[in-house]
Design a protein around this ligand. Structure first.
Ligand SMILES: C[S@@+](CC[C@H](N)C(=O)[O-])C[C@H]1O[C@@H](n2cnc3c(N)ncnc32)[C@H](O)[C@@H]1O
Length: 228
C-alpha cells in the first residue's frame, strides 16, 4: 500500500492512541481481551513448546500486553503495513525494554517467509479489498489456529468510501469498510483445510455500532486446521 494513499497513515489521533496502547497506558480493549482468551487454550496446551504467534494488522502491538498479562507466553510478532504506526509501536516497545524487531512492517497480502503456529487478525480484514487473498496468505504461514474479529454477516457487501475522520487535507482518501459473508468465508477456509466457527463478540453482542459513522456488527471467527 502506497503510504500517501493509506488512510491509516493520516490520523495523528490514531497514531497517538497506538503509541499509548503500545506502551500499555490505555485500558485494555475488550476485543484484545477476548482474542487472548480465545487463544489461551491452544497456548496452554502446547506443553513446553513456545508457539509462534503472528498478530496481523497489529497497530500499536498492544495484543502482546493482553497475552502477557494472562501469562500466555508466545513468540510474538506483530505485522502492520502502515510505516508510521509501525514506528510508534516500535518506539513504545523500545521504551518498555522490549525488542522492537517484534514489530514488522509488511502487508498481510505478502507473508512470504513467515511461519507461525497461531495467527490473530483483530479489526483488520474488513479494511481490505477482499478476504480470499489474506486468508490464503495466512494459511500459507502454516498457522494451526486463526482468531479473527471482523464484520461477518449474511452476505458480502463491498464498501469503498471516504473515512472522514482523517487529518486535515486527507479526507478525500477512500478505504474499504467491507462486510463478509460468513458462509463464503467458511467455504474459503474449508478449502484451505480449516474448520470455521463464528462466535459472538462479547462487547457488542451482535449489536450494530458505528465505526467512523459506518454501521458495523462485529463477530469472531475461530478457525482450526482440520488435520494439523
Ligand atoms: C483498526 S486497526 C486495528 C489494530 C489492532 N489490531 C486493534 O485491534 O486495535 C487496523 C490496522 O490494520 C492495519 N492493516 C490494514 N490492512 C492491512 C494489510 N493489508 N496488511 C497489514 N496491515 C494492515 C492498519 O495499518 C491498521 O494499523
Amino acid at each position: 500500500m502506497i503510504p500517501e494513499l493509506n488512510i491509516w497513515e493520516h490520523s495523528q489521533a490514531l497514531r497517538e492512541l497506538c503509541y499509548r496502547r503500545g506502551l500499555d497506558l490505555e485500558p485494555e480493549m475488550d476485543c484484545a481481551a477476548q482474542g487472548a482468551e480465545l487463544l489461551a487454550p491452544f497456548i496452554k496446551s502446547s506443553q513446553n513448546k513456545r508457539l509462534k504467534l503472528l498478530d496481523v494488522g497489529c497497530g500499536g502491538g498492544h495484543f502482546y500486553h493482553s497475552l502477557k498479562r494472562r501469562g500466555l507466553e508466545v513468540d510474538y510478532r506483530g505485522l502492520d503495513y502502515s510505516p508510521s504506526i509501525v514506528a510508534v509501536a516500535r518506539k513504545a516497545f523500545i521504551e518498555l525494554g522490549l525488542d522492537p524487531q517484534k514489530i514488522i512492517l509488511g502487508d498481510l497480502r505478502d507473508l512470504t517467509g513467515f511461519e507461525c503456529d497461531l495467527a490473530a487478525m483483530i479489526n483488520v480484514l474488513s479494511f481490505n479489498a477482499d478476504f480470499r487473498e489474506p486468508l490464503n496468505r495466512l494459511a500459507e504461514t502454516g498457522a494451526r489456529v486463526l482468531v479473527i474479529r471482523d464484520f461477518f454477516g449474511p452476505k458480502t457487501v463491498i464498501t469503498y468510501e471516504t473515512d472522514g475522520f482523517l487529518d486535515n487535507g486527507f479526507n478525500h482518501l477512500k478505504g474499504y469498510w467491507n462486510e463478509w459473508s460468513s458462509p463464503e468465508v467458511a467455504d474459503c477456509l474449508s478449502a484451505l483445510g480449516y474448520q470455521a466457527n463464528f462466535l459472538i463478540d462479547k462487547r457488542t453482542q451482535g449489536q450494530t455500532e458505528l465505526v467512523v459513522n459506518k454501521p458495523y456488527r462485529w463477530s469472531w471467527l475461530l478457525a482450526e486446521k482440520k488435520n494439523p
